[in-house]
Design a protein around this ligand. Sequence first.
Ligand code: PAF
Length: 280
Amino acid sequence: MDIIKTVAELKVRLDECRKGDKSVGFIPTMGALHKGHGDLVIYSVKENDITVVSIFVNPTQFNNSDDLKLYPRTPERDYNLLEGLGVDIVFTPSVSEIYPVPDNRVFDFGGLDKVMEGEYRAGHFNGVAQVVSKLFNIILPDKAYFGEKDFQQLSIVKQLVKQLNMTVEIIGIPIVREQSGLAMSSRNQRLTEEEKITASAIYRVLKESVSMITDYSPKITSSHVIEALNSIPGLRVEYFSIVDSDSLATISTWDSAKSIVGCIAVYCGEVRLIDNIRYK
Ligand code: PAF
């Protein structure tokens, strides 16, 4: 496995692969890897000749400097995991390598970036779009893999690729959960063992809410989820929205869309966690 730090070196290595007509699969990450990332890698290794993983904690997508500072960084562990899964190239650029000049681009994804995470993390998706478009531009992958845990991010990346006429195929991979139901996330490393138990209520309550859809409206279901989680000491719901999975617009009846997902952000102590559940 090659660990490459510069764009120039990466391009030389990838040009060689393309001369041999090799397909390239790509997984962008911010490191602190877990089994969820592992799953994305397994798909890529199976479906492509070459798999590239980037590890880059992108400063432009953090709207809170403490969150950026506290974001877990575990490079040696990450390299071991990736090597064991058959990754060919790890790209670990510096900030100045990715942003040699300030990136002033402002993206607009219609309604997709205004709701949920967009409402509570101003500028977050603009930063994601900046870095993902740069990484796609540098790597020119055939396929790129994203976790469905970040459901809104996945929708936005699909829209980004359409807006910029990119040819990369975006593939969403189902959420990987701990045995307790807690969705795997790099942020879980910041939870104490007790908080991990508390946080497992998120998926339990989401799952219970699926059985409500035969008798209750989206609004009542949504209030139930928020109240049930807020009643647990240590948890505080930031938002829970039941939305059309294509437009991400809040739905008022279960017939309003053919595919519906509930997206949630919850603080467990100081740690902000997101998760989602499909209703249909
Ligand atoms: O999901 C993430 O880890 C990040 O948002 C991504 C896609 C790697 C961009 O920095």
